[in-house]
Write a protein that binds this ligand. Structure first.
Ligand SMILES: Nc1ncnc2c1ncn2[C@@H]1O[C@H](COP(=O)(O)OP(=O)(O)OP(=O)(O)O)[C@@H](O)[C@H]1O
Ligand SMILES: [Mg+2]
Length: 295
């Protein structure tokens, strides 16, 4: 049994593993069933120590209910920084399981289009609330976003978020190309400050995937010569559902909802621009009302 020590000197016992990533492992805590402990892999803790301490003292966990933010730092009995506590997220599944039609059947068997829209609204709300804390997600992607069977949304891996406090910016050092805006494709993330608007591109991709059977908005049939990968399509602005087909040289894949099925306003918001999450929110709320009255 591994013993860790909280900032007030309380000794806590690490239980079984809830999950593992590339940076550390997340455990149950025997004495605190509502909390989880993230313990960094050897060598990783040192570089995260100041960032996690800043997130704890900024009380980010009190500022957004949509995120498992660090609550307290954890040390070894000899005083070495090991990781942090956060709320335990139980009964949630990856947003990827929801937007993929195959996995949706098994993981979210009762989810209909209204459920997808509620999840989309909650996700937009979550991103807005994260931006209000002074954080930028940076590495927005499907594996850090969890959805409950009530379409509630929670983000994990918050210690990778960019966090700016007074003159210090703790950057997000990673990113997934499919959710990265055109201007950051190929960029070296350790050298740049991310903005909320960068997140909004990733958010728009996720909203699109939720409403379009998991399809990526920049994946389609390329009408030019050779292959077109998603990174290049994003960089070149080749939105696969665009009416400017002569310009984008892209055709939407078959058997997906048509853009018009969701209404012009919605599609303009989720596909073309990078508006603030709040405007996505009002737009999607309008759409939900429409669907509810037409059913
Ligand atoms: N608050 C939590 N409650 C329950 N399980 C969690 C929680 N946070 C993380 N997990 C589980 O632990 C796994 C690893 O967590 P996390 O993504 O934070 O690790 P990481 O090492 O930083 O990953 P990455 O290499 O993607 O950055 C998650 O995929 C999830 O299964
Ligand atoms: Mg991480």
């Amino acid at each position: 049994m591994t013993t860790v020590v909280s900032s007030d000197g309380r000794r806590l016992t690490l239980g079984s593993t809830l999950g593992k990533g590339g940076e550390g492992a997340v455990h149950h805590i025997v004495e605190a069933p509502d909390l989880a402990a993230k313990i960094y892999n050897p060598g990783k803790a040192k570089e995260r120590r100041d960032k996690v301490a800043a997130m704890v003292s900024g009380r980010l966990n009190d500022k957004s209910t949509y995120v498992a933010f660090p609550i307290d730092t954890l040390k070894s009995p000899s005083g070495e920084f090991l990781g942090f506590t956060m709320k335990k997220v139980a009964g949630f599944k990856s947003v990827h399981d929801l937007y993929g039609p195959g996995s949706r059947k098994t993981e979210f068997p009762t989810a209909d289009s209204q459920f997808l829209l509620r999840a989309a609204i909650n996700l937009a709300n979550a991103v807005a609330s994260i931006h209000a804390t002074g954080c930028v997600i940076g590495d927005i992607n499907h594996s850090g976003i969890l959805v409950s069977n009530k379409a509630l949304v929670t983000l994990i891996d918050s210690d990778s978020f960019q966090y700016r406090v007074s003159s210090d910016t703790y950057r997000c050092l990673v990113g997934v190309a499919e959710y990265t805006p055109p201007e950051l494709q190929g960029a070296s993330f350790s050298k740049i400050d991310r903005t909320p608007n960068h997140d909004n591109f990733g958010l728009a991709v996720l909203l699109f995937q939720l409403l379009f059977l998991g399809r990526h908005p920049f994946a389609g049939k390329y009408l030019g010569k050779g292959d077109m990968d998603i990174k290049t399509a994003i960089k070149d602005g080749r939105f696969a559902y665009s009416s400017r087909k002569a310009e984008t040289m892209m055709e939407a894949p078959p058997f997906v909802p048509a853009l018009g099925d969701y209404g012009e306003d919605t599609l303009e918001v989720i596909s073309i621009s990078q508006p603030p999450p709040s405007s996505k929110l009002s737009c999607l709320s309008g759409l939900i009302r429409l669907l509810m009255t037409s059913n």
